[in-house]
Design a protein around this ligand. Structure first.
Ligand code: GLN
Length: 305
């Protein structure tokens, strides 16, 4: 396993030059695009790491998985999907296009429109501290804090998300205060994780929602099933289809450069590589996952056992 991870890292490095750090949130542009790390945590809780797996970076859109899981457990399936669909959008994660044209509802909870709607359900009842605490538990990482600089930087440059929020309000989808919703969403995006924390979260999901060592349930089985399925179909935005063919592992990316990947009943994988492709997915990360999928036979429809 260690050898395969080192090989994956070498392959990933070759792709970094073709990507760029996100710049629409100015603070993210300051990351070193050459950072790269991968962590695999197996069912038996053996931890394998290569590269920058302890470097903190902001979780960004991967927090959408956590918010969705919290909402499903807190409000239930019917409420969450009353005003939101679960279909891939085929558009950029921050697009407003189809929200106003083809559909009255956000396409899915993994794009910004859907995540803002999801957070809207939580605003009246839960605080940021509640959500931070839950994130620390499922990532098994007490060191997670909010990165104040990234938070301020995004809040100062969130016209698009604000527009999405008010559009959702105009359609009666977002009933909570738009500014409060936007703030909680942005706080969640600004949580600082590592490739290792994402691998831990991945293993909890791979393990049906139970802590891999204690067996304590951290997430409802039904919520786990739903978030993994939506990660598979929508987790890499408008790159989800090709990623499913090439890699075949339910995954969620964030513009901070993270990827969370869940190999059912086998392992959690966490990636950090802030050089992104044009869709906002870690370019080296995707190639590393493709290599791991092939080398370790991890594709959910692998042709050989
Ligand atoms: N905070 C980012 C945004 O709302 C998250 C997007 C992402 O990671 N794709 O634009």
């Amino acid at each position: 396993m260690q050898k395969v991870l080192e090989e994956a890292l070498a392959i990933g490095r070759k792709h970094i030059a073709r990507g760029e750090c996100a710049s629409y949130i100015p603070e993210l542009a300051r990351a070193d695009k050459n950072n790269l790390g991968v962590c695999v945590l197996t069912k038996s809780v053996d931890r394998y790491t290569a590269g920058d797996t302890k470097t903190r970076f902001t979780i960004q859109s991967i927090s959408k998985v956590i918010s969705l899981a919290i909402a499903l457990q807190h409000c239930g399936y019917d409420k969450v999907f009353d005003k939101m669909n679960m279909e891939p959008s085929g558009d950029a994660f921050n697009s407003l296009l189809k929200l106003d044209m083809a559909s009255d509802k956000p396409f899915n909870p993994m794009i910004n429109a859907g995540a803002l709607a999801t957070i809207g359900y939580l605003v009246p009842d839960l605080t940021f501290e509640d959500m931070l605490e839950y994130t620390r538990r499922v990532c098994m990482d007490k060191g997670i804090v909010m990165d104040e600089k990234v938070f301020q930087s995004e809040m100062a440059n969130c016209a698009r998300n604000r527009a999405i929020g008010y559009l959702l309000q105009s359609k009666g989808i977002l009933e909570s205060d738009v500014e409060k919703t936007l703030e909680l969403y942005t706080r969640m995006c600004s949580l600082s994780v590592t490739a290792e924390s994402l691998a831990c979260f991945g293993l909890v999901l791979a393990n049906g929602g139970r802590h891999p060592e204690t067996g304590v349930r951290l997430m409802d089985a039904e919520a786990v099933r739903i978030v993994k399925t939506i990660m598979m179909t929508c987790g890499m935005y408008d790159g989800s289809g090709e990623f499913a063919v090439r890699v075949g592992i339910p995954s969620k990316s964030g513009v901070g450069g993270g990827i969370l990947a869940v190999v059912e009943k086998r392992m959690g994988i966490g990636i950090y590589g802030p050089a992104l492709d044009e869709k906002g997915n870690s370019i080296a990360g995707q190639n590393m996952l493709e290599y791991l999928s092939k080398s370790l036979n991890l594709h959910m429809f692998a042709s050989e056992l």
